[in-house]
Unconditional design. Structure first.
Length: 255
């Protein structure tokens, strides 16, 4: 009797171990991984980024550069970085594989944080949905036409859905040396040839670089300018930037 009890206990223990092993085997995701998007960035000539509340911006290639909504120069390096980053995204095991999960993770056709469409020669090359973020630099993603939802290393902040975030904000910048004169009302300030700075008793304070000289006239009469004021103003003007440029319909609405 005792031997039979021991045998039954051993069989039961073996069954428990088998159940645990099978549970763990099914629970642990596969280590297999590969690119989320099979993409040749050289073929991409248009990127459409959409967000909540019908936000949308179109980036279109123009030669080696890119345009925002077909009208304003974009930060081309930012667009190229986006395309390169998308090709580097790795898809591990999906965290969900049902159509209902797409809604839960906000990567459905109707509800998403970002919908990125990549096109080339008028045809769709790829489309990716980005949804909820489970952590820093991580986001749920789904490829168009698939039910599989992945957790990828990416951020929606790197794919803004506003035109101003893609515009080249350095268009107004210029070398300060090219500014030869500044006029404000009746005051005119003219740069003269740079002169060497006077000797300094402090070796660390001496730069040895020529200093621009400025002369001023007010209604044609010479005026004395505050030391360094014209040079400071020229530096500010040479480094002008902006938050966003209004183009197309947006410019008309602002008038």
């Amino acid at each position: 009797m005792k031997d039979r009890s021991k045998l039954l206990a051993g069989v039961l223990a073996a069954q428990v171990v088998l159940v645990v092993v099978l549970w763990l085997f099914n629970r642990v995701p596969s280590s297999a991984s590969g690119p989320l998007l099979q993409l040749d960035t050289a073929q991409v000539d248009e990127v459409v980024v959409e967000g909540p509340r019908e936000a949308k911006v179109t980036l279109r290639r123009s030669g080696d550069d890119w345009l925002v909504d077909g009208a304003f120069p974009a930060q081309s390096s930012k667009v190229r970085t986006l395309l390169e980053d998308l090709t580097k995204v790795v898809a591990g095991a999906p965290v969900a594989t049902s159509a209902a999960a797409a809604t839960r993770f906000r990567v459905s056709d109707q509800d998403f944080e970002r919908r990125i469409t990549l096109q080339g020669s008028g045809r769709k090359l790829a489309r990716l949905y980005l949804g909820n973020s489970p952590g820093l630099k991580r986001v749920h993603a789904r490829r168009d036409g698939d039910n599989e939802v992945y957790e990828i290393v990416f951020s929606t902040f790197d794919v803004p859905d506003t035109a101003g975030s893609w515009q080249d904000r350095d268009l107004l910048k210029m070398p300060v040396e090219e500014i030869e004169a500044i006029t404000r009302g009746d005051l005119e300030m003219v740069r003269s040839a740079p002169v060497s700075p006077p000797p300094s008793s402090d070796p660390e304070a001496a730069t040895g670089e020529p200093v621009a000289e400025w002369t001023g006239t007010l209604k044609g009469s010479p005026v004395k300018l505050k030391a360094g004021a014209a040079s400071h103003l020229a530096s500010l003007l040479a480094n002008l930037t902006y938050e966003a440029a209004l183009v197309g319909d947006a410019a008309g609405e602002a008038q």
